[in-house]
Design a binder for this molecule. Structure first.
Ligand code: SF4
Length: 361
């Protein structure tokens, strides 16, 4: 019954009282009305985000009466439940979380020596339905709140007992379809009183929502931007990304140009290499052509199979030829090799196990 209400209203009821969902400034506005001094509020913020405390009663720097008053007023600290954890021999760990209203999301920890990266989910399901991506085959339920996105970091850093120093918004969902909570998450994670993960160590990856790219260019913070093009023209792109009909390449490129000019920042182009779809020499030359006047670099990603789709990964030799062509045209290009494929944690595979669950039921 309760779950129906969440869906009907399109919001996650009650989460406005979640203290994990607040920037330091928002938290200060709340605590001020309870007579809490700003320096104490910084302690509250750091208890939530540095120490990963999920119970107001455990914030020991806060007098008992104040903890009781906050609780009586309905304030709380949300927490995701870790339902399952799978490890790949390459060091990748995939977490299955359950939200308080019973939905499931997946998040990935990539451990590469000193670089500890978390690949965050921003939505439950996704409306954009990209064919190469398992999440695109799941029904969209709702956006995650900033508190729920942040708790993926807090819970994993606590569980894996490690300091996270890199964030990519490349998990389940399109971050710009949940723009406000995504950007709020960047701000909270970057706070020196919280996880202190630098803005430039956070990458927002979009399938190409022009309005989101322009909006981000106008923010007072500049996380890194990655744009998933996957094709050099709309005809091929529509075979991979159905939203290409709504967001033609020309609009995405115009927004990217605006971002380059406004921020002076480089954009990473993500390109999923799919056999016989977008892996030819002509595709490589076409991509080099459309990116000729951009400040951009390219990540080539091997397509990772999932049960919902009959695409096949491009041949490794073809990927090498593709890369060489881009490099000859002066585009810095790297090939991202699959990580976490054995546990379906590689790029495009999040939610793959849920597709099976949905088909059975
Ligand atoms: S690639 Fe991103 S935008 Fe496309 S379906 Fe998957 S989660 Fe959604």
């Amino acid at each position: 019954m309760e779950r129906k209400t969440h869906k009907a209203k399109g919001i996650y009821n009650g989460m406005d009282k979640d203290l994990k969902n607040k920037t330091l400034q928002e938290l200060q506005e709340i605590t001020e009305s309870f007579g809490v001094k700003p320096y104490i509020t910084k302690y509250i913020f750091s208890f939530i985000h540095q120490k990963s405390i999920n119970d107001i009663n455990l914030i020991s720097t806060l007098p008992k009466e104040l903890r009781a008053k906050l609780t009586e007023a309905g304030y709380f600290i949300s927490q995701l439940k870790i339902v399952k954890k799978l490890s790949d021999p390459d060091g990748t760990i995939k977490y299955l979380f359950e939200t308080a209203d019973g939905n499931k999301i997946e998040t990935v920890l990539l451990d590469e020596n000193k670089r500890k990266t978390i690949c965050l989910s921003t939505q439950i399901g996704c409306r954009l339905g990209c064919r190469f991506c398992a999440t695109g085959y799941l029904k969209f339920q709702r956006n995650l709140t900033a508190g729920e996105i942040i708790d993926q970091v807090n819970s994993i850093s606590k569980d894996a007992d490690c300091k996270i120093n890199n964030i990519v918004f490349m998990g389940m969902g399109e971050p710009f379809a949940n723009y406000d909570d995504t950007v709020k998450t960047v701000r909270i994670l970057a706070s020196p009183f919280g996880k202190n993960i630098g803005i430039r160590r956070q990458t927002i990856s979009t399938v190409g929502i022009p309005e989101g790219i322009r909006k981000l260019a106008n923010e007072d913070i500049s996380p890194r931007l990655a744009v998933s093009l996957h094709a050099h023209n709309d005809k091929i792109r529509k075979k991979i990304v159905p939203s290409a009909g709504k967001y033609p390449l020309v609009r995405i490129l115009n927004a990217m140009r605006f971002y380059n000019n406004k921020t002076g920042r480089r954009i990473t182009i993500e390109y999923c290499m799919i056999d016989e779809i977008n892996d030819s020499r002509d595709c490589a030359k076409g991509l080099a052509d459309i990116l000729a006047d951009f400040n951009a670099s390219v990540n080539l990603i091997e397509y990772n199979p999932h049960p919902g789709c009959d695409f096949k990964p491009a041949d490794r030799n073809k990927i090498k030829i593709f890369k060489d062509i881009l490099m000859r045209y002066g585009l810095e290009t790297i090939v991202r090799f699959r990580r976490g494929r054995s546990i379906k944690a590689a790029c495009g595979q999040l939610g793959a196990d849920m597709i099976k669950i949905e088909k059975k039921s």
